[in-house]
Design a binder for this molecule. Structure first.
Ligand SMILES: Nc1nc2c(c(=O)[nH]1)N[C@H]1C(S)=C(S)[C@@H](COP(=O)(O)OP(=O)(O)OC[C@H]3O[C@@H](n4cnc5c(=O)[nH]c(N)nc54)[C@H](O)[C@@H]3O)O[C@H]1N2
Ligand SMILES: Nc1nc2c(c(=O)[nH]1)N[C@H]1C(S)=C(S)[C@@H](COP(=O)(O)OP(=O)(O)OC[C@H]3O[C@@H](n4cnc5c(=O)[nH]c(N)nc54)[C@H](O)[C@@H]3O)O[C@H]1N2
Ligand code: SF4
Ligand SMILES: [Mo]
Length: 743
């Protein structure tokens, strides 16, 4: 066929007058799709809006959703490929029971058999060892409705105190610090504040790879002339464009923040009026930093004193500024201290409650914000209430229609649950949406713990590495199969819409929990016909708590493109920016300073283990990788873990880029290719943690936790490194079939 000579006018007629305006018949004319569903990405806490294309009960593609204000159609590589999960051949389609004789170690069973077995084992274990010997672990890729349901199911269905969630590895240091200082656990700002900041300070976040859409907000601030400060042991992609790079040694952020506060005080770059009117305990903070000079901090952090002073000057002398932090400062045995030290800088300079001002965490998991509000945590009830507070218990009991005494007390956090399983104190486990074998510190210890369980059941859609240890596997639902809400890192409640139904014999997660509750004789507490009914109850349960959703309805959330909590009354507009007028969430309205001393990490380098190890993420993989390690385009981008090291370190151990090295800590070792880059400190190596088994970075990490938040120290361990004579497989194709897309 001859080439078609197309004029510009013909093109315009074919495509429509504007490229983002659908032509007659719509964009999808001729694509043979049944419908397009507006929803959100299933991965990170940015919760980008996305349109999923559906054909024959399968998600077959996506479209940008330009109208959703947060991302305006933009998506990162994971968002673009997310639609490939649903039709993956590994999708679990039937309940399964462990059977060593069966191929793959599991045989297919009926739902009746599987549920009877689960309930029989829950009863046996609780009768033999007590109710709390059966624990539950959950996760916040689940919607608000499911998170709320899990909290109620564990307390009233299983009647165990021991429920905790994977945010224990993610958001708890930020949450605990924010609650102590500000009285609430939510980002103080809508992201539309970022472009209004004169200084943007990123502490411990690889924004360009982990929150890619946030970079566009930062560019908008830069376009207005904002200064950019990046604090990280690595010159992460965003740092390559920064005005000031603070290349801290892992585990020393509180020394750096302390020296900045010291400088703000010495140079009087303070907002005295704000400190006097809106805060308490400034003297404690002043006393703690009295000796923290920039020179002292330079010795500890490795950041030159002049750079610390420069950061203090820009932060202290600009009218507006935002400091955004993530796991780099939070996943430490002093994660809460680091967060408090960061907040001190905002309070001292009056940078709260005003446009373009705030110190905020960047929430990690998809529903990492909402999932940490509705009673998913071992010490929490809905509305971010305290399970040990009699008034809070009475309110929730009145909504649940139970006697207050039926609600168990405070349980133990996720890492302690794993320790208690290892110690033989917890004998049974039900998990949903958590893959601790890959994501918990010290994976050899976690594997040993899982092997000691008398009974383990999991609700999953893929046979994750943890699920491979289960006695009964219950096939649950993917994000696009269920309807509900999530709350993004901004504090914006958004609507998740179902695009398809679960395939095969897979069931919706919430229905599985209802079926178990029914068989446990607790059906009266779980009368829901759909997830909207769960949300209606959540609204009442949260009312009067700090995370108040009373005024949020599904219709409003959908029509208004999200609503920011608190929304304490019907008709309330929602609260995008917290603390306006300098009013914080403590009962007296005042924020608290905290004196933060510097402490070393739980493990420090020595002659035997002379190199700092830190761990984290790459752009194309998500968390434990169960989902992204199955998608070809994402695997191609970063197929296996690499050990990032500086050329000076590489030379010392005699390796060049691509050579195989063995990295050893006190807990285990990993053999992997070296990636020699000049963007990391010469005393530190970085390994991403998205892989299981012999490729798991968590073989090396330390189980030590923060005393307040109980967050493990994922960001600091001491290791030694040697060139390895060994050979490693160079792709991840051993046990996973990669998905190229629908044919
Ligand atoms: N591509 C991708 N995106 C994700 C995720 C994912 O798995 N993949 N996960 C989501 C989730 S749940 C989370 S929690 C977030 C995490 O988002 P981030 O916190 O941005 O990601 P990390 O890679 O864990 O760590 C961030 C940075 O901390 C630095 N760092 C290490 N130790 C220290 C230290 O002691 N001090 C300082 N200042 N920095 C340090 C590391 O070099 C790294 O660049 O990402 C979310 N987005
Ligand atoms: N070394 C090191 N370790 C880390 C970190 C680090 O930086 N370094 N980061 C930590 C952080 S911040 C996090 S958030 C954790 C995350 O750790 P995990 O929570 O263990 O990671 P995920 O991959 O999200 O695991 C969730 C599992 O649930 C399944 N799942 C997802 N959505 C659903 C759903 O809707 N329904 C059901 N039934 N199942 C679902 C997925 O298939 C997956 O197997 O890892 C932590 N571990
Ligand atoms: S930035 Fe986060 S929410 Fe947005 S597309 Fe990427 S993974 Fe999904
Ligand atoms: Mo996370």
């Amino acid at each position: 066929m001859a080439k078609l000579p197309l004029t510009e006018q013909q093109l315009i007629e074919a495509y429509g007058p504007h490229l983002n305006e659908a032509p007659p018949g719509g964009w999808d004319a001729g694509l043979e799709i049944d419908r397009v569903v507006n929803t959100h990405c299933c991965f990170c806490g940015q919760q980008c809006g996305i349109k999923l294309k559906v054909r024959d009960n399968a998600v077959v593609g996506f479209e940008p959703w330009y109208e959703f204000p947060f991302n305006e159609g933009k998506l990162c590589p994971k968002g673009v490929k997310r639609y490939l999960q649903g039709s993956h051949p590994d999708r679990l389609l039937h309940p399964m029971e462990r059977d060593p004789a069966a191929p793959g170690g599991f045989r297919q069973v009926s739902w009746d058999h599987a549920l009877d077995r689960v309930v029989g084992e829950i009863r046996r274990i609780q009768q033999t060892y007590g109710d709390d010997a059966f624990a539950m672990l959950s996760g916040v890729s689940l919607t608000n409705e499911k998170s709320y349901l899990v909290g109620k199911f564990a307390r009233l269905g299983l009647h165990t105190a021991n429920l905790d969630y994977n945010g224990r590895y993610c958001m708890v240091s930020a949450g605990a610090g924010s609650k102590k200082a500000l009285g609430v656990d939510r980002s103080p700002n809508p992201w539309s504040d970022i472009p209004l900041a004169d200084v943007v300070w990123i502490a411990g976040s690889n924004v360009a790879e982990t929150f890619p859409i946030t970079t566009s907000y930062i560019w908008r601030a830069r376009d207005r002339g904002a200064k950019l400060i990046v604090q990280d042991p690595r010159v992460v992609p965003l740092a390559r464009t920064a005005d000031l790079f603070l290349g801290v040694r892992p585990g020393t952020d509180s020394a750096l923040f302390g020296a900045v506060l010291h400088t703000l005080i010495r140079r009087d770059w303070l907002d005295h009026e704000f400190v006097d009117a809106h805060t308490l305990d400034f003297d404690d903070a002043v006393a703690a930093v009295a000796d923290m000079t920039p020179r002292w901090a330079a010795d500890i952090t490795g950041v030159p004193a002049a750079r610390i002073e420069q950061a203090a000057e820009w932060w202290g002398s600009s009218a507006t500024g935002m400091l955004l932090h993530a796991r780099g400062i939070e996943q430490h045995t002093k994660g809460v201290d680091n967060v408090l030290a960061a907040i001190n800088l905002g309070l001292a300079t009056g940078k709260f409650g005003k446009p373009g001002c705030g110190v905020s965490t960047i929430t990690g998991q998809g529903n990492g914000q909402g999932g940490r509000e509705h009673g998913h945590k071992c010490d929490q009830l809905p509305g971010n209430r305290d399970i040990s507070n009699p008034e809070h218990r009475a309110h929730v009991a009145s909504v649940w229609g139970c006697d207050e005494s039926e609600i168990p007390g405070k349980g133990i956090p996720a890492q302690e649950i794993i320790e208690a399983i290892h110690a033989g104190k917890i004998k049974g486990l039900l998990s949903i949406c958590f893959n601790p074998l890959v994501s918990s510190p010290d994976s050899n210890f976690t594997a040993a713990a899982l092997d000691r369980l008398e009974f383990y059941s999991v609700i999953e859609f893929f046979l994750s590495e943890t699920a491979q240890h289960a006695d009964v596997v219950l096939p649950g639902s993917l994000h696009e199969e269920d309807e509900g809400t999530a709350t993004s890192g901004e504090g914006r409640i958004i609507k998740i819409n179902a695009a398809v139904e679960p395939p095969g014999e897979a069931h919706l997660d919430w229905q599985i929990l209802l079926d178990i509750a029914e068989r446990l004789g607790k059906g009266k507490y779980f009368p829901y016909k759909n997830t909207q009914e769960i949300f209606e109850e959540l609204r009442l349960a949260s009312a009067g708590g700090t995370a108040d959703y009373l005024g949020a309805t599904w219709d409003r959330i959908e029509n208004e493109m999200g609503l920011f909590w608190p929304i304490p009354e019907i008709g309330h507009p929602g609260t995008p920016r917290l603390f306006e007028g300098g009013r914080f969430f403590h009962p007296d309205g005042k924020a608290r300073f905290h004196g933060v001393p510097f402490k070393e990490s739980a493990e420090v380098v020595d002659d035997e283990y002379p190199v700092w190890l830190t761990t984290g993420r790459v752009v194309s993989q998500y968390l434990s990788g169960t989902q992204t390690r199955r998608i070809a385009g994402l695997v191609a981008q970063y197929p296996e873990p690499l050990c990032e090291m500086h050329p000076q370190l590489a030379e010392r151990i005699g390796v060049t880029d691509g050579d195989i090295v063995t990295v050893t800590s006190r807990r285990g070792d990993i053999t992997l290719p070296a990636r020699v880059v000049n963007t990391i400190r010469p005393d530190t190596v970085f390994i991403p943690y998205h892989w299981p088994g012999a490729k798991a970075a968590n073989q090396l990490t330390n189980r030590a936790v923060d005393p307040i938040s109980k967050m493990p120290e994922f960001k600091v361990a001491a290791v030694r490194i040697a060139r390895s004579p060994g050979h490693v497989e160079t792709t991840d194709r051993r046990d996973l079939e990669l998905h190229e897309g629908p044919s």
